[in-house]
Write a protein that binds this ligand. Structure first.
Ligand code: NAD
Ligand code: MG
Ligand code: MG
Length: 341
């Protein structure tokens, strides 16, 4: 590719990361996926956690050494912060910053807190990012299959002068070098990640599926049929897109479907939707989404919880639960087991 360098394992010295002490803070989605892969790649990993809590028990079950966040930060060369974005700044101020020293590498899997200046590390600390472009449980499941999830790396502050090499080495150890690693900036990663999840892959897609389900059921069609047509088949179609673009999808579907796709799709997602997307992007860029989210989380998450409830009780979710429990293809037990990972 002309302007895009994609790094893979052959470009990377994995020994850089093997010779460093890594504290992974948090054992949630990314904490689980990344620390398991680091360990299997031969790295020296400790989990920084609330001792005695749920994550502590899960991590110990996988054989990890766990420490308080404070002790893990003191012990480590590299601190990978994998707790929810909305609490990172608090935990940073109280537990990380007082125990950090110059020359350490403070790492993130998303640029949110650094880019929006919720966390402002001292000049002597290296600030880098390794952001897998997939869920943490998939970072793990792909690795165990000998594959990897493509990841972004970025360097924000580089007093030691080797931030990029360290980020690449870490990315390789979590399996990303088997797929491909791309360098970006904290600003670009943060803004495009937020836009993608809000407008398209999470927000856009779930709103699209719900709207389609509502239109079919309001017109009197069976909710079971509606579920299969607008939700279940989504993955089968997206797998084709993921492999070979829209062209592979269109190669496989009928001419009827392809003609309907190209003539009707733009009527659903047209200029009005693009205007809404532009507005969403503007609110990401000017920091107002970040502030709104942080305020909501700090003031008791009332609206967030209300929305969760409203969404959980949508008929598409109720019908989906019923359908998936009667078919074995609905289960993904090997990737997510809420008691274990
Ligand atoms: P998560 O919500 O799964 O993290 C949960 C972990 O944080 C648990 O170990 C929990 O005990 C710990 N935790 C929660 N509150 C805490 C507190 N007050 N003190 C100490 N520990 C606390 O997090 P995640 O979704 O894996 O996200 C971690 C980072 O990775 C975020 O920056 C996120 O944007 C980024 N990221 C996530 C994904 C993903 O797949 N979820 C993908 C790419 C990037
Ligand atoms: Mg994100
Ligand atoms: Mg069809």
């Amino acid at each position: 590719m002309k302007d895009l360098k994609i790094y893979t394992d052959k470009d990377i010295d994995i020994n850089i990361i093997k010779n460093k002490k890594i504290a992974v803070i948090g054992f949630g989605s990314q904490g689980y996926g990344q620390s398991m892969n680091l360990k299997d790649s031969g790295c020296n990993v400790v989990l920084g956690l609330r001792l005695g809590g749920k994550s502590d028990k899960k991590a110990k079950n996988y054989g990890f050494k766990t420490m308080t966040i404070e002790d893990a930060v003191k012990w480590a060369d590299i601190i990978q912060v994998l707790i929810p974005d909305e609490i990172q700044a608090d935990v940073y101020e109280k537990q990380i910053k007082p125990n950090m020293r110059a020359g350490q590498y403070l790492m993130f899997a998303h640029g949110f807190n650094i880019h929006f200046k919720k966390i402002v590390p001292p000049d002597g600390v290296n600030v880098i990012m390794v952001a897998p472009k997939g869920p943490g449980h998939t970072v793990r499941s792909q690795y165990t299959e000998g594959k990897g999830v493509p990841s972004l790396i970025a360097v924000y502050q580089d007093p030691s002068g080797n931030g990029k090499e360290v980020a690449l080495s870490y990315a390789s150890a979590i399996g990303a070098g088997r797929a491909g690693i791309i360098e970006t900036t904290f600003k670009e990663e943060t803004e495009t990640d937020l836009f993608g999840e809000q407008a398209v892959i999470c927000g856009g897609v779930s709103a699209l599926m719900k709207a389609g389900f509502e239109v079919l059921t309001e017109a009197g069609y069976s909710p079971y049929m509606a579920y299969f047509e607008v939700l279940h088949e989504m993955k089968l179609i997206i797998d084709l897109v993921n492999q070979g673009g829209l062209a592979d999808m269109r190669y496989s579907i009928s001419n009827t479907a392809e003609y309907g796709d190209m003539t009707r799709g733009p009527k659903v997602i047209g200029e009005a939707s693009k205007d809404a997307m532009r507005e969403i992007l503007k609110n990401i860029q000017n920091g107002s989404f970040a502030n709104e989210f942080m305020n909501e989380m700090k003031s008791g998450q009332k609206e967030f919880n209300r929305l969760r409830e409203e969404n959980a009780s949508h008929p598409i979710e109720k019908i989906g639960e019923e359908i998936r429990s009667s078919f074995k293809w609905g289960r993904n037990e090997n990737i997510i087991d809420r008691n274990k990972n």
